[in-house]
Design a protein around this ligand. Structure first.
Ligand SMILES: [Zn+2]
Length: 178
């Protein structure tokens, strides 16, 4: 059953650890998010078998993570452990041709190009994890994914960050310096 999606929006693969699951999601889903300039979001969960899985939704906007905790049927024994989402650097607007891109490009050149703000959790992001933690009475983390890093926020703990290789299909597409 390992390669079947157990319920809608679940990815049909299971993992030994939460980090392995989010790492896979990062490599598999970041490029689509980057191309679309929109956040991809999902929920990390533990199966009754103690293996981990994740859900995914590729419909987020540029700002704001719409994590649907309700995608995981907890009544069936699946336990939510964390959420995950992508951030696309605002400087990506510089690469596309659309109205207003020039002004946005300039603004993001400062916040994302210079200050790397897209690598940080927003107050909405941390609020999401805090709310989920309060409601479930368990610590629910929230992961932030870019092409080359994974960051974890857990209420009451230090953020943790892992550097990773850029997904193989994004080599030459993703720029380290915008
Ligand atoms: Zn965010």
């Amino acid at each position: 059953m390992a390669d079947e999606a157990p319920f809608p929006h679940a990815y049909p693969k299971e993992f030994d650890t939460e980090l392995a699951a989010v790492w896979y999601a990062a490599n598999y889903f970041y490029q689509q998010s980057y191309n679309r300039i929109g956040e991809t979001t999902g929920v990390l969960f533990k199966k009754p078998s103690q293996k981990f899985g994740f859900t995914y939704r590729m419909d987020g906007g540029f700002l704001g993570a719409k994590v649907r905790w309700g995608d995981v049927p907890q009544e069936k024994g699946y336990v939510i452990t964390a959420g995950w989402h992508t951030h696309v650097p605002g400087t990506r607007f510089c690469e596309i041709d659309r109205d207003g891109a020039a002004a946005l490009c300039f603004a993001f050149g400062l916040t994302d190009g210079l200050m790397q703000e897209f690598r940080s959790f927003s107050s909405d992001d941390t609020g999401l994890a805090k709310d989920a933690t309060r409601i479930t009475h368990r610590k629910i983390s929230f992961y932030l994914i870019t092409a080359d890093m994974i960051k974890r926020y857990t209420p009451g703990e230090q953020d943790k960050m892992w550097r990773k290789a850029v997904p193989s299909k994004m080599v030459g597409i993703w720029h380290e310096n915008f």
